[in-house]
Ligand binder design. Structure first.
Ligand SMILES: NC(=O)c1ccc[n+]([C@@H]2O[C@H](COP(=O)([O-])OP(=O)(O)OC[C@H]3O[C@@H](n4cnc5c(N)ncnc54)[C@H](OP(=O)(O)O)[C@@H]3O)[C@@H](O)[C@H]2O)c1
Length: 311
């Protein structure tokens, strides 16, 4: 596997079926595009049928022979999660790859999901937690299957507030986002630990895109009228220091397809700055203690043996 990995270095994905959440825009769109270009049958999940159809049309215009199916999924509604998972479990063949990619960031005022969970925690983490759990039987059916969960560098600022997980007693747009992204990272590690303990085949792998120019910087703040100075600073910073959505998708794509990947690995830009090519880095997750910084853990520290994917 070359050190300077690019989408063209991806192994053929013929015969594999992948589901990408939040795939109508940003880095998710480019994950679908490249997986489909390399032969995978891709389920493009979008909460909005119109935006999903426009994304699929754009991919089919570039890759007329691609196999891309639009599926509806609103992660802020656990009934929608259950509906999609039920449909996919009814299909023959199973699932080779689930990419938990969708997200929203920095919603200015506290909002809740259909079931009453704080919106960022509910969408970014709980929706994906429920989706992964429901789809595990489909993943277990396929040798070499993977779950890739997208976190963020911002997880380092987060803590899991077990005493106020839903931000009912105090809400901060960035605090809720960083908590949700830390939860994504912890989920990746814990899923890996449980799959190993059960001797199960699927790998759980984490990834982050660095800073990428996508709709993420505006979609959350739009829900509440702007996002304030911090959102503006981040938008400006990302405009100058960030990378394209296509490049931001690369760490996720490498995590999803690298034959050398181990369960519990974490992929991101492999150097200072977001524009470095994707590479494996130390896993980010930290043990959850409410209100306290969390301590690092790594496969070496935890004594876990590396587990390779046959894919
Ligand atoms: N861009 C960055 O610099 C950056 C950095 C670190 C981590 N990330 C992570 O990368 C992932 C992708 O974000 P992006 O940067 O590509 O942003 P994006 O362009 O805004 O894409 C986010 C996707 O998530 C979807 N989504 C939001 N709420 C949803 C819901 N309730 N149900 C289903 N889908 C929903 C959005 O759908 P709509 O189009 O309908 O809103 C959109 O398709 C996120 O997990 C984000 O946290 C991004």
């Amino acid at each position: 596997m070359p050190a300077r990995w690019a989408a063209a270095d991806m192994a053929g994905q013929h015969g594999r079926t992948a589901l990408v959440t939040g795939a109508n825009s940003g880095i998710g769109f480019h994950q679908v595009l490249e997986l489909a270009r390399h032969g995978a049958c891709v389920l493009l999940a979008s909460r909005d049928p119109g935006r999903g159809q426009a994304a699929r049309d754009a991919i089919m215009a570039e890759l007329p022979a691609a196999s891309v199916e639009l599926v509806q999924l609103d992660l802020a509604d656990l009934d929608s999660v259950a509906r999609l998972a039920g449909r996919l479990l009814d299909r023959a063949g199973g699932l080779d790859l689930l990419i938990n990619n969708a997200g929203l960031m920095a919603v200015p005022r506290r909002q809740v999901t259909a079931q009453g969970f704080e919106l960022q925690f509910g969408t970014n983490y709980l929706g994906h937690f429920a989706l992964t759990g429901r789809l595990l039987p489909a993943l277990l059916r396929r040798p070499g299957s993977r779950v890739v969960t997208v976190s963020s560098l911002v997880h380092r600022l987060g803590s899991i507030r077990l005493d106020d997980l839903q931000s009912e007693h105090g809400y901060g747009p960035w605090r809720a986002y960083s908590q949700s992204k830390l939860a994504n990272a912890l989920f990746t590690e814990e899923l890996d630990r449980r799959l190993r303990a059960a001797g199960a085949g699927p790998l759980s792998i984490g990834a982050h895109p660095g800073y990428s120019r996508t709709g993420l910087l505006s979609s959350g703040p739009r829900l509440g009228g702007g996002g304030g100075v911090s959102a503006l600073v981040l938008r400006l910073g990302t405009r100058f220091a960030g990378q394209s959505a296509a490049r931001g998708a690369l760490p996720v794509l490498r995590a999803a397809t690298d034959p050398q990947a181990h369960g519990g690995d974490y992929y991101g830009p492999g150097g200072p700055g977001s524009r470095a090519p994707p590479a494996r880095s130390a896993p980010p997750a930290r043990s959850a203690t409410p209100g306290k910084p969390m301590t690092s853990s790594s496969p070496a520290a935890s004594g876990r043996p590396p587990r390779h994917s046959p894919a």
